[in-house]
Design a protein around this ligand. Structure first.
Ligand code: NAD
Length: 508
């Protein structure tokens, strides 16, 4: 199809709308009037433009956040929770707008983006509850002493996010910094900023001026946040390469910074021969997050290690099930898998599919462009590779797209060694009915988050993060709250009670 399908229900959220950043409680453009075009990945059509913040804009945002930090901290947890509740109401009212903006801008199916928005309420309710339950700490001391710790927010937090869950990241990834009394300068991915800019309008209504600031732009804007001397706490979600660069640039700013990183994954799913193959296939497909974000997810189980006894059945069943997914325009209600985020990313993913074929893996299904969709959209049928071997590029590098690689194994120790051989270790999953084997294998896998007979789901309150190059720090848990607080230990030397008593009673 060569003609472009015009978004109908969706375009009302973009047409005639001026997307502005939020700095110090004001909705503003970039100081230098710089902008960046926003392209609809479903059609290739230019939708609108967004501000491209320069160093001056970031400076203003940090200054506003710095001014807002003392009154925000002084509000206490109860006052901050009231703002969270107001924000939650605004998100409910704007659910459709935010979901449609993510479908338009990112290409994720609108049905999945509604679910993303709904999920945010778990975090909006969860963080205040976790914060209220945070215990203080008293340390053992010698007789006559008292040692306890107090916690204080860092101040201004720089929060940079990835493109794949735009609204959900903008909402949920700012909350732990805020509930602990920090103020935030938030930068979404330049690929998918529309819903975050719309959220800026809601942050403005629900929070005091300067508490949340939204700036948009690419690497240079992010670098201005990373190197800003008034930001001590940085939190980043994105690729390993950018994460490494951020650590280096943070150090080059001449300031010691607390940097937390949520980075890439090339996650192993291990299937034992006692497992019901249908269940394992459903787990694999859910674990790929195909019908949420086209497999563009850090936790996706893109390396599937299946025991030889059930391998053929697994591959055949997975191919059949993948054929049932409908690839289509993101804001069409019947679409399961939308377009990839950009033409550049489609070309990158297609390059991996070509390399899989060239290196001798069997492309069982998919990997091609589906017919009947707009020519300039970034569509690809989900690809299933069998006969993948550990040295192939599709076996070693994060593709961040709808590409599943299936490996066969029959030796347990070699399989574990293979699962653990990469520099990444975000998630893993183990599929067997034998509980002892499941736990032994979960223990043996080098990953920060392991599911047994499950995949993809996050459970708020449990620490999420990875081993090796996948992460630094843990999110979604009390550990993350602590990471936004500086600890101060107070040592008190208590005088001899007999001397105090004598003084109070007027005895010498
Ligand atoms: P990316 O690294 O290209 O960009 C992420 C963010 O960093 C964007 O906002 C971008 O503008 C910004 N950025 C780029 N260069 C910068 C620089 N020099 N200084 C400061 N900021 C800079 O990643 P992406 O393509 O948006 O996202 C995909 C990656 O994110 C994948 O590797 C994926 O696994 C990872 N990811 C991880 C998690 C997790 O929780 N572990 C979640 C989602 C995505």
């Amino acid at each position: 199809m060569s003609s472009v399908m015009k978004p109908t229900a969706a375009s009302q959220y973009v047409d005639g709308h001026d997307f502005r950043m939020l700095i110090g409680g004001e909705l503003v453009g970039a100081d230098a009037d710089s902008t960046r075009s926003v392209v609809d990945p479903s059609t290739g059509e230019t939708l609108t433009s967004i501000p491209e913040a320069g160093t001056d804009d970031v400076d203003r945002a940090v200054a506003a956040a710095h001014r807002a930090r003392e009154p925000w901290e002084a509000l206490g947890v109860a006052g901050r929770t009231a703002c969270f509740e107001h924000f939650g109401e605004l998100i409910r009212e704007n659910r459709e707008r935010l979901a449609m903006l993510d479908a338009l801008d990112c290409g994720n199916p609108v049905t999945a983006m509604r679910a993303d928005i709904d999920l945010c309420h778990e975090y909006l309710d969860g963080w205040p509850a976790l914060m209220k339950a945070m215990p203080g700490q008293v340390y053992p001391s010698d007789a006559g002493g008292l040692h306890y710790s107090a916690h204080r927010p860092y101040g201004v937090v720089g929060r940079i996010t990835a493109f794949n869950h735009p609204a959900m990241f903008a909402i949920t990834r700012s909350l732990p910094a805020l509930i602990t009394g920090n103020t935030v300068v938030l930068k979404p991915s330049e690929e998918t900023s529309l819903s975050t800019l719309a959220l800026g309008e809601l942050f403005r209504e629900a929070f005091p001026p300067g508490v949340v600031n939204v700036v948009t732009g690419g690497a240079a804007t992010g670098d201005a946040i990373v190197t800003h001397r008034q930001i001590k706490r940085l939190a980043f979600t994105g690729s390993v390469n950018t994460g490494l660069l951020i650590q280096r640039r943070a150090a080059e700013s001449g300031r010691v910074k607390h940097v937390s990183l949520e980075l890439g994954g090339k996650n192993a799913m291990v299937v034992f021969p006692d497992m019901d193959v249908d269940l394992a296939v459903e787990g694999a497909l859910r674990g790929m997050n195909l019908d949420i974000c086209q497999g563009q997810a850090c936790g996706s189980n893109s390396r599937i290690l299946v025991h030889a006894r059930v391998y053929d059945e697994f591959v055949a069943r997975a191919a059949e099930r993948l054929g049932q997914y409908r690839v289509g325009v993101a804001y069409d209600e019947s679409t399961d898998i939308g377009p990839l985020v950009s033409a550049a990313h489609l070309s990158r993913v297609s390059g991996y599919i070509d390399s899989g074929r060239e290196e001798g893996a069997t492309l069982v299904r998919g990997g091609t462009r589906p017919s009947g969709l707009p020519d300039a959209g970034n569509y690809v049928e989900p690809a299933l590779f069998a006969d993948v071997t550990p040295t192939m590029r599709i076996a070693r590098e994060e593709i961040f797209g709808p590409v599943l690689s299936v490996f066969v194994w029959d030796d347990y120790d070699r399989m574990i060694a293979h699962a653990n051989e990469l520099d990444l270790g975000l998630t893993a999953s183990v599929w067997t009915n034998d509980l002892a084997l499941a736990h032994r294998t979960a223990d043996a896998l080098d990953a920060g988050y392991v599911w047994i007979n499950d995949s993809s789901r996050h459970y708020f309150g449990t620490p999420f993060g990875g081993y090796k190059n996948s992460s630094l720090g843990r999110e979604e848990s009390a550990e993350e709250l602590s990471s936004y607080l500086e600890q101060k230990v107070v040592h008190t030397r208590l005088p001899d009670p007999h001397r105090s008593l004598a003084r109070i009673l007027g005895e010498q």
